[in-house]
Design a protein around this ligand. Sequence first.
Ligand code: F6R
Length: 610
Amino acid sequence: MCGIVGYTGSHEASPILLAGLRRLEYRGYDSAGVATLDGPRLVLRKKAGRVRMLEESLKEEPAAGVCGISHTRWATHGPATDRNAHPHVGGDGAVAVVHNGVIENHAALRRDLEASGVAFLSQTDTEVIAHLLARELGDGDDLFDAVQRVLPRLEGTYGLAAVSPRCPGQVVGARLGSPLVVGLGEGEHLLASDPAAIAPHTARVAFLQDGEVVRLTPRDFEIRHRERGSITPRVDRLDWSPDLAELGDHAHYMLKEIREQPDTVRDACRGRLRRGEGTAAFGGLNMTARQLRRVRRVVFAACGTSWHAALVGEYLIERLANLPVEVEYAGEFRYRNAPLDDRTLVFVLSQSGETADTLGALREAKRRGHPTLAVCNVVGSTIAREADGGIYLHAGPEVGVASTKAFSAQVAVLTLLALHLGRLRQLSFPDGLAVVEALDRVPELLNQVLATEPRIVEAAERLAKARSVLYLGRDLHYPIALEGALKLKEISYIHAEGYPTAEMKHGPLALIDPETPSVFVAPRGALHAKTLSNVEEVRARLGPVIAVGTEGDADLARLADVFLPIPDAPEVVQPLLAVVPLQLLAYHVARIKGCDIDKPRNLAKSVTVE
Ligand code: F6R
């Protein structure tokens, strides 16, 4: 989703701003722009399309200056055009502003401004901020004060940054519901919506909280809260090296991240398996064993791929801990009257830790007085900071818009959680130990799955011609079928649906014909014979079948047009293995179709609007 980078220091700003924007490209966007302060002049350059197009235009018409702001926009109000790209300017170049989030009362503000003679150049909600700021600045010269006077008039969410030629060397930022982080360098300061843009410059950062406004100069920075006045900032250290987010020899980030998964699972489990006690332990839950034993129900709230991981968690926790679990779409949960008693534990899951709906669900649960926990990847993200406790994924930066390794890390962590909750209840030591041993072997088994990639390419060639694909799985593999379908649709734009295998005959079977392939997720397990009958039903209607199954399963291999083997493993860890062929399948279909794999159309990595 939209990205912000601001800089003030002694170096030329525009190359730093562009490099920062490139590091945010993975979030998804459709236009980009910069504004720099060149003496008394505000220089503005913006372009619909990729950052590289902005870069080309800057070669022709450079933007000089050692202070500036920049933005990648993901269209909400008005299409992706040069005019709608940020920064937006008010008062004939008196001020420029970039903004993430949505100003919900923009229409009323625009009417007032137009009535007083202001001419708008764009269709965006953001432009009202530029004009309000220009008006507040008037003949005065304090942008920091002007921003603080304008903010109370804005309804909605914002992470914003502004510069004005009247305040040389200053970048002012403000946050309400959309993240902003300050980077503390030597003789320079940066402001960004994502630490990825800052990491190459400095590891010292200060995360802004909602309601805070910041002023950066090359030498210092000052934060004020709209109610509490001046704030002493907490300085954190970023714990990931910028190199982790580099592509290296891989053709795409998605492929790199799929191939990293043996390490991802190892890192998610590192230091958390307790072989001697046949259980798992976590540092950050902030709940005692006694408190966890009192829990009678778990509610997971998440979106997209994280929601699918939560669904695997539901099956696992029910199986290992015999605890009732409900999985909610965060965007629904936050506005529903979901009954929660005081022994319900609310868990939110989010790779980015910034997803607006998931954050809303967390805040709603907290408002109602429930203990809240979070499973997050990005350290220091809003969700990680606001939850009462939680579990980090340690998956490293995930850049591909289609989530892969974060899903595996989430499933690994939820397997550990199910084990932990189970061992606090009825799960015996030998049964717990069997889970520990199974998890221990997963990285090695994942390497075996990755080695089957050539066979997956063969399956991809068949799928690439399809217009619609069904994904089917039972029990623990039903969420994997959903995740496989989501991966295919988001990066290859082929329509795909996931269903529980048994549901097929209640409707989707009507879709089966020689042009509509089905992908069965069917490793050997207690319900395998039933699944084989379902595959037969599809074959009888001439539907092509791709099957993910246990190596050596001759019955399934005979029925399938393409059989994708995964190694034999206990059922509780099979989802971690079975998802990988589906990720690779989607990847290769998208590659064959020539799609923009790491930046699928219309999608964003971190969805910070509702
Ligand atoms: C799909 C995908 C999205 C995200 C969803 C939640 O590949 O990436 O569906 O899973 O937007 O994002 P997080 O986990 O960051 O809250």
